[in-house]
Design a protein around this ligand. Structure first.
Ligand code: SF4
Length: 409
């Protein structure tokens, strides 16, 4: 695990050489999955060309409004389903990012893909366009679970997509899987994890199903049409996955994320550097409908609807960095809030946690002075390990993570 990069406190964050991350939201999906509450829409594909132009315009304007040409070390196309975009559109977006910002030579460029919407030619085109990390939402190896989730792909399609991605030259490949589904048994979950490990990914995101308000799945559970997933069983599934991945040499670095260790001493880490930027509470720029960002001492978010985003960007003039004309909410972040956010996010990092030395270097005050009493109280409950040099969540705390996070809000 690399050391936490230090940065200056609050409003000066953009004046340091701290590289930024860039998130680009693609709010289109072929169908809405039953559990999903992301800002994404089915049936709006006709908007894609205009949306891509608006996205590029936003990148251009924000890049121009920055106090200097910003260094960027990660770019993430997420959604939604970015793999619905033609390769030419992805190229256009990456060109805009490349022009507006200075991409570091080892920049991580990730694209989220649905295994049902990509073929070999498209994957080869994406790789040639500069995407160097691909993330597939596989979710389950069991056909009945994929149906329950309204996923439009089969597990066989996920296997083919992984094979094609490797053939297309993707050396960094991540897979998402879910557990704690209605009706799901421990053996069914074990089958999924074993089947996914057999695909030989470099990174795994392992998420518990959350019944989000307003989703068809939550409505079905409320009406008694689906059983409420058993939370004790879900905890057993998580603990079994954690033990199994550790036995297989995987390194857990975040509550829901595991990386294959580097194959040689100086080979690159397989952790998702983009998400590490969020968890380290370091600056990122969000572009597109509903995207949010944290840079220049401010948090901001954009208009949710793709149509509204396009309309705002059509008439856009330069705005105060880091927001654009699509911004609907902007909050200046005080040093106190930035410290709390750093704890809240850093507690997700199971191995790295929050380092006392880096905290003091960033904020000019000690971790002990700011949060020592809270950390000791959490330690007494067995939820956090606080050595005076580093604070991190314990294995027991991972199952009660929300309880830990709320202490820092
Ligand atoms: S493909 Fe992903 S973003 Fe789209 S509806 Fe399904 S879960 Fe949500």
């Amino acid at each position: 695990m690399s050391a936490l990069r230090t940065g200056p406190a609050g409003p000066n964050a953009t004046k340091s050489p701290q590289p930024h991350s860039v998130y680009l939201h693609v709010p289109f999906c072929a169908v809405r999955c039953a559990y999903c509450d992301f800002n994404t829409y089915a049936g709006l594909e006709a908007l894609m060309p205009e949306y891509v132009s608006a996205l590029c315009r936003e990148v251009e304007l924000v890049g121009a409004s920055a106090p200097e040409k910003l260094l960027v070390h990660t770019v993430f196309l997420g959604g939604g389903t970015p793999s619905l975009l033609p390769v030419s559109a992805v190229k256009k977006i990456l060109d805009a990012v490349n022009t507006a910002f200075e991409l570091l030579p080892d920049c991580e460029l990730t694209l989220e893909a649905n295994p049902g919407t990509v073929d070999f030619e498209q994957l080869a085109g994406l790789r040639a366009a500069g995407i160097n990390r691909i993330s597939f939402g596989v979710q389950s190896a069991n056909a009945h679970e994929l149906q329950l989730l309204d996923r439009l792909h089969t597990f066989a399609q996920a296997q083919t997509a992984v094979h094609n991605a490797r053939r297309a030259g993707f050396a960094r490949l991540s897979l998402d899987v879910m557990f704690g589904l209605p009706y799901q048994t421990l053996p069914e979950w074990q089958h999924t994890l074993h089947a996914v490990l057999a695909l030989n990914p470099d990174h795994l995101s392992v998420y518990a199903l959350i019944l989000e308000h307003g989703t068809p799945m939550q409505a079905a559970v409320t009406k008694g049409q689906l059983p409420l997933p058993d939370s004790d069983l879900a905890a057993d599934m998580y603990e079994w996955a954690s033990a199994t991945l550790t036995q297989n040499g995987w390194v857990q670095y975040e509550i829901s994320n595991w990386a294959r260790p580097p194959t040689a001493p100086h080979s690159p880490t397989q952790e998702c550097r983009h998400n590490l930027q969020y968890w380290r509470n370091l600056p990122y720029l969000g572009f597109g409908a509903g995207a949010h960002g944290f840079a220049g001492g401010a948090r901001y978010s954009n208009a949710l609807a793709p149509q509204a985003f396009i309309k705002r960007m059509r008439a856009a003039r330069p705005s105060a960095f880091p927001a654009s004309a699509a911004c609907v909410q902007r909050t200046e972040v005080s040093a106190a809030v930035e410290m709390s956010d750093t704890m809240l996010m850093g507690m997700r990092l199971t191995h790295e946690g929050v380092s006392a030395r880096n905290f003091e270097s960033r904020f000019g005050t000690s971790l002990e002075a700011q949060f020592g009493a809270k950390l000791r109280a959490l330690q007494a409950r067995g939820l956090v390990d606080w050595t005076g040099e580093r604070a991190r969540i314990t294995p027991g705390g991972r199952l009660l993570a929300n309880m830990v996070f709320t202490e820092f809000i």
